[in-house]
Design a binder for this molecule. Structure first.
Ligand SMILES: [Zn+2]
Length: 603
């Protein structure tokens, strides 16, 4: 009897440990959606749109080539208790590297290579090299939480309505713009679990459709140095790509709910991951065993990294497709951020401050989808969500201030090449009204003589197929300021509104860009066809193929300095950039007295 009692006492905490979820994604994402039903609607709309869309066609539209690798700048906030650094920089660097090895299937050991059935996930997490002020950083922030919240040392992060510090409190202590960096919080523990106990909840993250204020991940410090299991970060960032657990609503004893809708709407909405129970604490079945949840058997889902399994070894092609599409549908700006690139020596020239910042929207948050789904002018091509619940119906985006964090928001325009054109797109299910101004005289305000698009209507569009219109305009030859960045403002709203540069919007949004006017005719981006540059990213050899004769190729770094310049008289060129440091560059190609510039990543 005594022996049995002792056994019960020892067994109980073990059972408790195993019965606790390893990942808090489902609970936190559901809690968030329950408290923010409009954000749930916005998420469902993205899901529905992807369901209606040919994913490959969507990826083609996003210029997502089969070999593209998306570098995501990350910042790791090490939330310590003030006595010791929670983890060392070297440990964090190795942790991030291991995640990337998992993604490109080179981790080794039991982890599957592509040749053995693994799937390369085309994301690479890169510790930030420039901070939001555009100065150098290693992307790791040591933050003393205990000096503000004494209870943190023992209780850690409150994940389960226990005492501890809330995620909002942690984020207030340290957070970088989620549009430009993926924020990773490493915490000492969750919910008063003793710090020495490495089991139980390992972390959680949010879907990419979740608003900026919540997007990111929280993980326990013990996962950083668990060399036997590099899974937690690839798993949690998997959620941040848009991947769910393949057991979804299932438990360790019950299969997940299935509907007549089939695999594209059930569970993880991925068709090559069979349904499964949660395998938490279970012994691993083999592929020849019966899968009680799916007549197709196990098909390696027992080794899937998004499963709870003691042997997380792979992603599937279906997970890759969904992850890339969901991420690009919601978080494309992270792929344009220069946060992972070392700062250039020269600070970017700031655009003059605007005399008026548009006020917030006056409406109840909702999925109105008024505003620009696309702005394309010169070398700027910015596809972004229109006003919806995911972005909290944010009205104003000043992309000029991000000019040191992304080159996607500034362009040259050549006055001699008048007329100019700007392409705008409407993705709402209602027609929208659009206007744009360029502050030609650089006085900080927008006058009627600076209108380049005036109250133009763009018809009904959709997420999958935004309706595009091209508007032509002529830059005046006098009274304009040349060669310094000017502010361009684009406004999109309901077709019943009146669009003014600073007025109250009904439902739409305002985006500011930076435009540099050049008198010189030799820097124009008006090719109908562009030279094809491949591979991109490149390890050292770049092939340039074009249907016109190329006379000159110049490689320019992000601070605008020429680092390579060669003359040619042919249309197919092999360029050696082995000697250049890994970074983002621009390749300027001169052909028949015209110039086009394209971004290239040197790895
Ligand atoms: Zn999870």
């Amino acid at each position: 009897m005594k022996l049995k009692l002792l056994f019960t006492i020892i067994l109980f905490p073990t059972l408790l440990l195993f019965s606790q979820e390893k990942c808090g994604f489902t609970k936190h994402q559901e809690n968030f959606f329950n408290q923010n039903p409009r954000a749930k609607l916005a998420h469902d709309e993205v899901e529905l749109n992807l369901l209606k869309t040919d994913i490959q066609e969507f990826l083609n539209k996003k210029n997502a080539s089969a070999t593209a690798v998306y570098e995501i700048p990350v910042v790791v906030h090490l939330m310590n208790d003030g006595t010791t650094p929670l983890r060392t920089d070297a440990e964090i660097i190795t942790w991030i590297e291991n995640c990337n090895k998992f993604y490109d299937t080179t981790f080794g050991g039991d982890w599957l290579t592509e040749a053995n059935g693994g799937t390369v996930i085309p994301f690479k997490l890169v510790l930030a090299k420039r901070n939001p002020n555009c100065t150098a950083t290693n992307g790791i922030n040591q933050i003393n939480v205990t000096s503000t919240y004494a209870q943190y040392s023992e209780k850690g992060l409150n994940s389960d309505n226990e005492d501890g510090v809330t995620q909002a409190q942690l984020k207030d202590l340290s957070r970088w713009d989620p549009q430009m960096y993926y924020n990773i919080y490493v915490v000492n523990t969750f919910d008063s679990t003793p710090i020495v106990q490495t089991g139980g909840l390992q972390g959680y993250a949010y879907f990419p459709t979740t608003p900026d204020a919540f997007y990111g991940t929280f993980m326990k410090a013990s996962v950083v140095i668990d060399s036997s299991d590099p899974t937690t970060l690839p798993h949690e960032f998997g959620h941040s790509m848009g991947l769910d657990h393949p057991f979804n609503s299932g438990t360790t004893t019950a299969c997940p709910t299935v509907t007549a809708g089939g695999c594209s709407v059930d569970n993880d909405k991925v068709c090559d991951t069979p349904s499964t129970k949660s395998l938490l604490g279970a012994s691993l079945p083999s592929n020849s065993d019966n899968n009680p949840c799916d007549s197709d058997g196990w098909n390696n889902v027992q080794f899937n990294v998004m499963n709870y399994t003691s042997s997380s070894r792979l992603f599937t092609p279906g997970q890759k497709d969904r992850g890339v599409a969901m991420f690009l549908a919601s978080r494309e700006n992270l792929t344009k951020s220069l946060g992972g690139t070392a700062p250039s020596g020269t600070a970017p020239v700031a655009v003059i401050s605007t005399s008026c910042v548009p006020p917030s929207a006056s409406v109840t948050p909702g999925n109105y989808n008024f505003g620009m789904a696309l702005v394309e002018i010169g070398s700027v091509r910015n596809m972004s969500s229109s006003s919806n619940s995911t972005n909290s119906n944010r009205v104003y985006y000043d992309y000029t201030v991000s000019s040191c964090l992304t080159s996607a928001f500034t362009t040259d325009l050549v006055v001699a090449n008048n007329p100019q054109s700007i392409k705008l797109a409407n993705e709402g299910t209602n027609a929208g009204k659009y206007s744009a101004w360029i502050d030609y005289n650089n006085d900080g305000s927008f006058s009627s003589s600076e209108l380049v698009v005036a109250d133009e209507i763009i018809g009904v569009g959709s997420f999958a197929t935004p309706t595009e219109r091209i508007f032509n305009f002529t830059i005046p030859t006098t009274g304009v300021t040349l060669d310094i960045p000017l502010r361009m403002r684009v406004v999109g709203d309901s077709n019943e509104s009146s669009t003014t540069p600073c007025g109250q919007l009904q439902y739409g949004e305002v985006e500011d860009y930076s435009v540099v006017l050049k008198a010189n005719a030799l820097s124009v981006e008006d090719f109908v066809s562009k030279p094809l540059i491949s591979p991109n990213p490149s390890l050292g050899i770049v092939n340039i193929n074009y249907d016109k004769n190329i006379s000159q190729v110049t490689v320019i770094n992000v601070s605008g300095q020429s680092v390579l310049n060669k003359k040619y008289n042919k249309s197919n060129i092999t360029l050696d950039i082995n000697h250049l440091s890994p970074a983002i560059y621009f390749i300027r190609i001169t052909s028949e007295n015209r110039i086009t510039t394209q971004k290239i990543i040197k790895e």
